[in-house]
Design a protein around this ligand. Structure first.
Ligand SMILES: [Zn+2]
Length: 530
């Protein structure tokens, strides 16, 4: 073997080594891809997820949210079903029409006088654990504000001749006018030892008025709404409130404890309303909540965030073909409104079907507490309280933002690493670059362009995506000209003929037309619905 042969052999060895290294590198890359795939897969297997970025964890959970810390008294006084005989059908003036609480479908249970009076507490005053343990019903001390006191307070104010309102009977307790209290709802879907009573906050105003309900964390990993409910309820002074505020900060306590969107059986609670007393576990929980809490509401705001590593511009989602819901949705000040009838089984849809005007307020992303989103939500609800004549505030928003009649999710056709080029709320032109998806192995880069002129209402966070991933939600405002043909008449709202009603009629007509023109977007993206 000559010198040349030695060199050739050495080159061959080096070549083989290089091949081996290539193989090792390739295997490494395959592993990386596999990990990415697993990560994406895990994203759609929520029951198995463990998240690290959660801002509120089990260990930090306040005693009041563990369920053991509520001043609870319960009695089975609620009716089985919410009547749907239309006590607020086609009503558009929230301020005046809901004043008479006797029209409430559950007024029969409110007249009961056999229930214990709830303890009056200052909700903003922090509670210690011993104080918070659930007392016997007989231990509940009388609320300090008696009807006589109410009259005195009212005599000092401007409404001296108004008769004192009757107390609110809810969850087996009597809540006197002018008081706040903590109650609890227990869905009876567990065995007694581990039952988790869910805190329900009530601020009952001195004067008669509508009952507004705020619900949050039906999806247990959506945290912004929890803080929105806390701020609104704890800042409301019952002496200054007209009507009643009912707040449920964490409807899905089980999901919240596990940092999960779902119930322990992996069902989505927000697909089972109004529920069924003899159905599945989720259906029974929904039925109990709907009848014991939601049945008391004259209007409902259900708080949500984006799902599965997506974020939403603060927005109201509402069925804008319903006059009462149009009125409600236009009361959030500078908050965009998106027409969306709501999926069957959502709390919003079920409440609307039971003639309780309901909207969803979406803000931010799951698993996080975001100041901007929370501030927007609180200000929106305070503006609503002002518009409903329930609470006077110095600062609130004026005119509503324009309505986006429909929206569409834009999907990525390629898998890889998604980087967004647009921010929430940004207006985009047709053809504008929304983001890029780059395959980390092949380095093939695909661009996602907007097929419409519109506004970014929601978007995925930068992440690894699979082909078909819904990445950008664009709100599409439909022009008057597009609506001219085949429009159903919105005659049910045109009787008043004042400017506001004409505007509402226009919104209803456009929403109906958008429904006729476009398929329901949630049919295409059921996993992304509220
Ligand atoms: Zn949600």
């Amino acid at each position: 073997m000559g010198f040349e042969a030695v060199i050739i052999k050495q080159i061959n060895i080096e070549h083989n080594l290089a091949q081996k290294w290539q193989f090792v590198l390739l295997a490494g890359l395959v592993n990386v891809v596999a990990c990415f795939s697993l990560a994406v897969f895990a994203e759609v297997q929520p029951a198995t997820r463990e998240h690290e970025e959660i801002s509120v964890t089990n260990s930090q959970t306040s005693p009041a949210l563990t369920g053991s810390a509520t001043a609870a008294v319960r009695k089975g006084t609620s009716p089985d079903n919410v009547p749907d005989d239309g006590h607020i059908a086609n009503e558009t003036n929230l301020e005046s029409e809901y004043i008479n609480s006797d029209q409430n479908p559950l007024s029969a249970i409110k007249s009961s006088n056999t229930v214990p009076r709830a303890e009056s507490v200052d909700l903003s005053e922090p509670i210690s654990v011993p104080e918070a343990s659930a007392p016997d019903a007989t231990d509940i001390s009388p609320a300090p504000t008696s009807p006589a006191e109410i009259e005195i307070v009212e005599a000092k104010g401007q409404v001296a001749h108004e008769p004192p309102r009757s107390p609110l009977i809810i969850l087996g307790a009597e809540v006197s006018p002018g008081t706040s209290t903590r109650l609890s709802w227990k869905p009876d879907q567990s065995f007694e030892g581990i039952a988790a009573p869910t805190p329900v906050l009530v601020v009952n105003g001195l004067r008669a008025g509508p009952t507004l309900c705020l619900t949050a964390a039906i999806h247990g990993d959506e945290l912004n709404g929890i803080e929105i409910v806390r701020r609104v309820l704890y800042e409301a002074d019952p002496k200054k409130l007209t009507g009643t505020l009912i707040g449920v900060p964490i409807v899905n306590l089980h999901g919240f404890h596990r940092t999960s969107r779902y119930l322990p059986d992996r069902r989505d609670l927000n697909r089972f309303f109004p529920g069924n007393a003899t159905g599945s576990s989720a259906s029974r929980i929904a039925h109990s909540f709907f009848n014991e809490v939601i049945g008391h509401c004259d209007a409902l705001v259900d708080l949500h965030t984006g799902s599965f590593r997506r974020t939403n511009l603060p927005q109201v989602r509402a069925d804008l073909t319903d006059a009462a819901i149009v009125e409600l949705s236009q009361s959030f000040g500078a908050t965009v409104v998106l027409h969306n009838a709501g999926m069957e089984g959502t709390l919003r849809r079920a409440a609307a079907d039971a003639r309780i005007p309901a909207i969803t307020l979406e803000a931010g992303e799951p698993m996080r507490l975001q100041q901007t989103a929370v501030n927007h939500g609180v200000k929106g609800i305070e503006t609503l309280l002002n518009k409903m004549g329930m609470y006077k505030r110095v600062s609130f928003w004026g005119d509503p933002e324009p309505v986006f009649y429909r929206s569409e999710w834009i999907r990525s056709d390629q898998g890889g690493i998604l980087f967004s080029e647009v921010n929430l709320g940004e207006r985009v032109r047709e053809g504008e670059l929304l983001g890029t998806v780059t395959d980390p192995i092949t380095n093939v880069r695909a661009e996602i362009h907007s097929p419409f002129k519109g506004r970014i209402l929601g978007r995925a966070l930068d992440q690894v995506v699979m082909p078909g991933f819904a990445a950008f939600r664009i709100g599409i405002e439909t022009s008057e000209e597009d609506m001219q043909e085949q429009m159903p008449e919105a005659t049910d709202i045109l009787e008043g003929e004042d400017a506001r009603n004409i505007e509402a009629a226009k919104i209803i007509r456009n929403a109906r037309s958008a429904d006729a023109l476009a398929k329901e977007e949630q049919i295409a993206t059921p996993e992304l619905s509220e």
